[in-house]
Design a protein around this ligand. Sequence first.
Ligand code: SF4
Length: 233
Amino acid sequence: MSNELTAEIIDQLYEDSVINFVASEKPRKSIHVSDLTSECMRKAWYRLNDYAKDLKDFKKSLPLAHGTALHNIINLGGIEHELTMFCNIHNMTDNYKEKREMKELDIINSVKGSMDDLIEIDDELIIADKKTVKKGLPKVAKPEHVAQMNIYKLLYYITTGVEISRAALVYIEKTSCWERHRTCMVDLQPIEDIRKFVLDKLQILDTDSPPPKVVTFLCPWCDYYTECNPSGR
Ligand code: SF4
């Protein structure tokens, strides 16, 4: 076989490896923190109601592959790393402690989230999360990331009874190959305010018809682009 043809086959194997990695991700039935912080709640509703996902091509598979690589490599060496929590927000109970079967769980009132790192500095616990940006590091944390940190605070409080005051967002620039980075500190909200925010969001998902479309530049990356048809009626 010619060099040209062999190289073409190997290039395709490279792209397939990324596509297959993303396709092997297990389907989620629970509500995740990212579902509640996304501008569009409709895509989470499609997933919870078992609508068919679009198949992802190479380009659309890359963001998840990048995120997974970053999280596999960077461990801030705190007291927790990739801590998964799963709590009923209505009852303020820890689903893992309750040890119930999935089918018995109150899915619509429960939220699952995985905190990147929990670090201790000067006897203070601080939630830390890594975020990649394409180019240009933000000077302050983005609102959707602040909301995410607040929900981690709530989940950690339900799980352990410990209330955390601050979080750190570590922004990492992709175009500098992870060389440029900046940490933005965030003061977290009181528990009751976060709980109300989460319960209001969960209510939007507890419906028989899809929530309104919120069309943004992220729509082409949405798993339910075909089903939703964001530019249609
Ligand atoms: S395509 Fe856009 S508007 Fe439609 S569900 Fe996805 S994110 Fe929401």
